[in-house]
Write a protein that binds this ligand. Structure first.
Ligand code: ARG
Length: 275
């Protein structure tokens, strides 16, 4: 991985400059994020010391979908997510594969089959993907994960699991992401999606809900204001929060550097759900 070291080199990590991450990020990223960065006023980007807050803590990132579409964006996101590990934050990736499965199904003329927004992996699909049903997580053994994280590796979790008989299952990314987050006592769970976040009005991208708590989300679901595809995403957040994850964010994986901005600045870039 190519990590933008000038960023680190220009700002040696010590207690003093850990409290001013935003100016560092702005200067190193401004070349290709001018449009995005100038959206923030200086007051919005004056952030508490988030690097300090997250130092030594795990952040689980559900990655895939729209963020995987373009290879350049994919590389950017990976670099962005590797960067916090250089300053002691511990990222763990949960890698969705939906888009790739669909591409392979398309090649042999099979239609992807979904029920309530979840993939149904039938027997013919099984010939393409070595997975059979859409499984649910019963238990997660986090022993290996813990030692990887403790040794500063960045684990990437693939969404294939097995039952006691060795049968393999394809599991929806949103059903998995909360598990390592809970098992590792993560501070934050970030879902990279192909939408800006939770919108007050589905047709108005400007109606982004910046921050909301579980009660607020449940109210929106109850009133039918959170659409089908978003329900799995928010349920995943709610489950993680119930298991002790402090905050969860649904952000736009199509926006360059969105994970870094969400982590480092006060304003964030998507919807942050709190307990
Ligand atoms: N950077 C802070 C954090 O990760 C705040 C993020 C706020 N995000 C939002 N969408 N309101 O905890």
């Amino acid at each position: 991985l190519k990590i933008p070291l000038p960023f680190i080199g220009a700002h040696p990590i010590n207690k003093t400059n850990l409290s001013c991450p935003v100016s560092c990020v702005k200067s190193s990223l401004s070349r290709d994020t001018d449009k995005l960065v100038t959206k923030f006023t200086p007051a919005q980007t004056r952030s508490p010391p988030y690097l300090q807050k997250f130092r030594g803590k795990t952040i689980v990132v559900k990655y895939g979908g729209a963020a995987m579409k373009s290879q350049s964006l994919q590389a950017l996101e990976i670099n962005d997510l590797a960067l916090p590990s250089c300053v002691g934050i511990r990222p763990v990736f949960v890698h969705g594969g939906g888009l790739e499965i669909n591409q392979w199904l398309d090649r042999i003329g099979l239609k992807p089959n979904f029920l309530n927004g979840l993939r149904v992996t039938d027997a013919s699909t099984m010939e393409i993907v070595p997975m059979v049903l859409v499984g649910k997580v019963a238990r997660m053994d986090s022993t290996i994960l813990r030692s990887l994280v403790a040794n500063n590796h960045i684990p990437i979790i693939a969404l294939v699991a097995a039952d006691e008989k060795g049968q393999s299952y394809n599991i929806n990314a949103y059903m998995v992401a909360g598990e390592p987050a809970a098992a590792l006592g993560a501070k934050k769970l970030i879902s990279l999606t192909h939408v800006a976040g939770i919108l007050e009005n589905e047709d108005d991208p400007g109606s982004l809900v910046k921050e909301i708590d579980i009660a607020g989300v449940k109210k929106m679901v109850g009133e039918g204001n959170i659409a089908e595809g978003m329900i799995h995403k928010v349920n995943c957040c709610i489950r993680s929060l119930a298991h002790g994850v402090r905050t969860t964010s649904i952000i736009d994986g199509r926006v360059q550097h969105s994970p870094l901005l969400e982590i480092l600045i006060d304003e964030g870039v998507g919807t942050m759900i709190t307990g």
